[in-house]
Ligand binder design. Structure first.
Ligand SMILES: [Zn+2]
Ligand SMILES: [Zn+2]
Length: 414
């Protein structure tokens, strides 16, 4: 492939004036065709669930990590792949893409990614009440116009099509009587074990919440090969969890029977050791054994031995898996999360055992590093290796992120 491109580069230098515009046109259409092949490849990644098998949340997070794309760029690739790549049924039957005309125009290089973006955005804005036929006509129209108009003009054409299909525009939100409360927050247990959240703050209270969450949810400065792969909503969730962690750690935090709020996790010793299987929380919610391993990495543990009928036979003494003296030494060395590019201070970090204490890893400065909540989770899931040298810490990316596995360090720390 590279040799072929070199030949082309050479041909351009040799090319006569009259032939040069044609060359530029050819290069543009080839790059568009390559984008179409890229979308097919992303769709394959997605349908073979390669990302989750490698420990990533989804294909988007994998792409962002693998190609140094921002979460927004990676999200666009996945969204375009979903709409433009051919689909397969469970039985392997091949179906046409969701946007067939757009896919066909891109595949032959007649339109580019910017026009694809306008078309997908316009199609997504069509309200659900519009019939499938009208939707298909709109897509064919947009793909036809995209061959002769740039993305700015195409956007205007798209708006006109939308106005025609949906003259009323988006529905206004229901007016709600504002009460004296700061707002409303509802939460409930979802069937998938997650906690659902929904609510609002009155305008006068919005700033208090937003300023703090937005500050904590800012992407961690991206170094060369480790951009922050979390989406905005994911960063918000992490920020809210950090606020909870800080509140829990605060001196005047409410306590339950003299104990700071805590969780009981019941897990089989073998499951905790191997990370295979499940653990159960107070309310019967199940988490993976791998997640329980991460929690146990830096926690206060009270061992309870259960008998055959689950009655406690022996309750041990509460002990911190990382004592205060070690934590202080870690704070002195690491000065915060040591993951490449992260700037979280020590107060927001947990101590991670490079070799887990369950696997007889020592709780020592030589075996522990400080990681923020998000990076602690990331390291446990995606197979980063951590090497602790005197005075600095190196991170070795998993092969799927960097096949050469070149060590990285956090330039913000040392
Ligand atoms: Zn850990
Ligand atoms: Zn971090």
């Amino acid at each position: 492939m590279a040799a072929c491109l070199d030949q082309w580069r050479h041909a351009i230098v040799e090319c006569e004036d009259a032939g040069l515009p044609g060359q530029v046109r050819d290069i543009e259409s080839v790059s568009r065709m390559v984008y179409s092949v890229m979308l097919d490849a992303v769709a394959e990644l997605e349908s073979r669930t390669i990302a989750t098998a490698a420990g990533f949340r989804n294909t988007k997070q994998l792409l962002a990590g693998m190609l140094n794309l921002s979460p927004a760029e990676a999200g666009t690739r996945v969204a375009h792949a979903v709409q433009l790549a051919a689909r397969r049924t469970l039985t392997g039957e091949v179906l046409a893409p969701l946007l067939p005309n757009t896919a066909a125009a891109l595949a032959v290089g007649e339109i580019g990614p910017a026009q694809v973006r306008v078309i997908t955005e316009t199609m997504n804005a069509i309200p659900a009440c519009v019939s499938a036929e009208d939707r298909d006509v709109a897509e064919a129209e947009l793909a036809r116009h995209a061959r002769s108009f740039n993305s700015t003009s195409l956007h205007k054409i798209g708006q006109r099509i939308l106005a025609h299909l949906d003259p009323d525009g988006p529905r206004p939100r229901d007016e709600q009587d504002s009460a004296s409360a700061a707002g409303e927050l509802r939460f409930w247990d979802r069937r998938d074990g997650r906690l659902g959240l929904e609510g609002y703050f009155e305008p006068e209270h919005s700033a208090t919440f937003r300023s703090l969450i937005e500050q904590l949810a800012a992407p961690r400065p991206a170094t060369e090969s480790v951009p922050d792969t979390r989406t905005g909503p994911q960063r918000n969730a992490d920020a809210l969890l950090e606020v909870c962690g800080l509140a829990r750690a605060a001196q005047d935090c409410p306590t339950a029977a003299g104990e700071p709020p805590h969780l009981t996790v019941t897990i089989d010793w073998d499951a905790l050791r191997t990370g295979l299987g499940v653990a159960t929380l107070d309310y019967g919610t199940q988490i993976s054994a791998a997640e329980a391993r991460r929690w146990a990495c830096d926690a206060k543990i009270i061992p309870v031995v259960l008998g055959g009928k689950s009655e406690p036979l022996d309750v041990g003494r509460a002990m911190r898996t990382v004592p205060l003296s070690i934590r202080r030494a870690l704070v002195a060395r690491d000065r915060g999360c040591v993951f490449p590019g992260c700037d979280r201070p020590p107060g927001m970090c947990q101590a991670h055992h490079c070799r887990h204490w369950i696997d007889h890893g020592e709780t020592s400065v030589e075996n522990c590093v400080l990681l923020c909540e998000a990076h602690h989770r990331h390291v446990h899931r995606t197979g980063w290796e951590i090497l602790i040298h005197p005075g600095h810490v190196e991170f070795i990316p998993p092969p799927i992120i960097d096949p050469t596995r070149t060590p990285l360090h956090n330039p913000l720390r040392c």
